[in-house]
Design a protein around this ligand. Sequence first.
Ligand code: COA
Length: 107
Amino acid sequence: MKLVERMTTLPSNSSVIRPMKKDDWEEFRNLDEEIFPDDAVSRESFEKRVEHEGFFALEIDSKRIVGCLILSRFGDDAGHLGRIGVAPLMQKRGLGTKLMDFAFRWL
Ligand SMILES: CC(C)(COP(=O)(O)OP(=O)(O)OC[C@H]1O[C@@H](n2cnc3c(N)ncnc32)[C@H](O)[C@@H]1OP(=O)(O)O)[C@@H](O)C(=O)NCCC(=O)NCCS
């Protein structure tokens, strides 16, 4: 789905952060290439990551992925935020803050 199609409605309060799924590949790739044009995640890497915990999609309206988050835990007291991204046209609306709040709770 193209970004312009994802933008047919305004963001609502119904955003959720949920684990990324294998079926999300097409939508994730379009989003990731928009946010990180020089460093997009490969399909191989995507498929490895969805097998493990710490890979999340930020979804609005129960269907459109507009953000992503990649986290890793190291033992009990260390973690790494590998990637955080929000679709360019959805930025500066608090969604990045929502992802960061989630990351601190999860890690
Ligand atoms: C970083 C990012 C996730 C923030 O998402 P967002 O939805 O715009 O975040 P919010 O609306 O919650 O904004 C939170 C605050 O962070 C600030 N902010 C956003 N990007 C920033 C950056 N790169 N450096 C410093 N501050 C930044 C915003 O200005 C805002 O501050 P304000 O409330 O004082 O205006 C988003 O800008 C993005 O996807 N950027 C491209 C990818 C990227 O650089 N990711 C980080 C490295 S992996």
